[in-house]
Design a protein around this ligand. Structure first.
Ligand code: SF4
Ligand code: SF4
Length: 427
């Protein structure tokens, strides 16, 4: 990213930078499922410029258009002018939230994300009653509603809940010899739904003799709220997390995150969010130096690769999907593959860098028809590999890819690379 943040958020000027070359259009996730110029990066940029110059009213049609972007950043990668369409849309969604308000169910969800104890209670209740309302598929940590509701049809595949959250299953400090120590930021989906990710990460740290600090006062990184324009929740959670990280960051080598979206939010988007608040921006920049995706840190700062090389080969074939928030935002794509290939054969899908189509809370609720359509090519390319396992270090991708594979009857199983690595260490 060449532009500085002040230039980016002066976005009527950014709109002038667009040379209308159209290089962003063929790679655009929403344009590929809704082939209309207004739902393309070039169209978004034109409309955003008009809005900022006061030539476009933020009405229901404009709201609908700006909420159609998946924030996948494909266009940023392709753009010769480095135009950060995703970041500008994130900003305008805050204006949308202020003008139109936020739907009641999103407000309720974001309220939970602000209060860990409420989240714990809500997810415990959810686990207790989930079998009444949903059919559970344990092998994929998924479930379908038994009865169709207006916003939840019976064919919709969602992640199932775990009995006890990852953070509530362990002591805060786990001693593996006292020589090295990292903190773990787990992310909400891995804390409440895909708990094997955290368990696997602890197994890996134990095998490497690295102490783990589970940082139990962590709050949701607030990415779901950021992408929906609920900046009050972002403000509250980001300030809490930054102050909390400052309180222990001298005691740990790193804060490791087995999740692409959470790590990108903590490492990159907090700084963007505080672009006009110099004091908090400096604090966000200071803590971001300690934040790493889990495979990134394990590959570059430990002997895990050599340890895995000494273990048995597994016959499973793995294909790796690149989460947008890992490869495009953080440049991380070699690290998980280097670790996985020590014990598994990797067969690449035709385009691992194509967005899975998750798209955030709005895309997963009122615009789900777009997310469902965007997931079809990813499921097809996974089927073509004939892989036993599809892997990605992102639980939002997992939720979306599990659903897309379920609709297409693809039998490949999803695992985070951290789970595959822990499995290899057990052999
Ligand atoms: S972020 Fe993705 S969906 Fe949004 S305009 Fe860019 S390519 Fe299209
Ligand atoms: S690639 Fe960049 S410069 Fe070209 S049309 Fe898209 S946003 Fe404009």
């Amino acid at each position: 990213m060449d532009k500085n943040l002040d230039d980016i958020f002066n976005f009527d000027k950014v709109a002038d930078d667009c040379v209308k070359c159209g290089k962003c259009i063929p790679v655009c996730t929403i344009h590929n499922v809704n082939a209309d110029e207004v739902t393309s990066p070039r169209g978004f940029i034109d409309l955003l410029g008009a809005y900022k110059r006061g030539h476009l009213e933020l009405d229901q049609t404009a709201k609908d258009i700006f909420e159609s972007c998946f924030l996948c950043t494909n266009c940023v990668d392709a753009c010769p002018k480095d135009i950060p369409t995703d970041m500008i849309i994130e900003q305008v969604r805050s204006d949308i939230a202020q003008k139109f308000g936020i739907a009641w169910y999103k407000k309720a969800f974001f309220l939970l994300l602000r209060h860990r104890w409420m989240n714990d209670v809500a997810f415990k209740l959810g686990w207790t009653f989930q079998t009444c309302g949903f059919k559970i598929k344990a092998e994929t940590n998924s479930m379908n509603a038994r009865v169709s509701l207006p916003i939840l049809k019976t064919d919709r595949i969602l992640p199932s809940l775990s009995k006890t959250s990852f953070l509530n299953s362990h002591e805060e400090n786990i001693n593996n010899g006292g020589k090295r120590k990292v903190a773990v930021f787990i992310g909400c989906l891995a804390n409440y739904n895909y708990v094997d990710i955290g368990e696997s990460l602890l197994e890996i740290l134990a095998a490497l003799g690295i102490d783990a600090f589970l940082a139990k006062d962590q709050k949701c990184c607030s990415a779901p709220a950021y992408f929906t324009g609920d900046f009050d929740t972002v403000d509250s959670n980001a300030k809490h997390n930054i102050a909390y990280f400052e309180s222990f960051s001298r005691d740990v080598e790193a804060i490791i995150v087995p999740e692409a979206t959470c790590s990108a939010m903590l490492k990159i988007d907090y700084e963007h969010y505080f672009h006009d608040d110099p004091a908090w921006k400096a604090r966000a920049q200071s803590v971001q130096r300690k934040i790493f995706m889990a495979t990134e840190w394990l590959q570059h700062h430990t002997d895990l690769e050599q340890l895995l090389a000494s273990k048995k080969k597994d016959t499973k074939i793995v294909t790796y999907h690149d989460p947008c928030h890992a490869r495009k935002m953080q440049g991380i794509h070699k690290e998980p593959r280097n670790l996985i290939r020590q014990n598994y054969k990797i067969v690449e899908m035709s385009d691992p860098n194509v967005c899975c189509g998750f798209g955030g809370v709005t895309m997963q609720s009122e615009k789900y028809h777009f997310a469902k359509a965007a997931g079809i090519p990813k499921a097809a390319m996974i089927r073509d590999t004939k892989a036993d396992v599809v892997s990605a270090e992102c639980s939002a991708c997992r939720m979306q890819i599990n659903a897309s594979m379920g609709y297409a009857d693809v039998k490949t199983i999803f695992k985070n690379p951290i789970e595959l690595i822990a499995e290899a260490l057990r052999n």
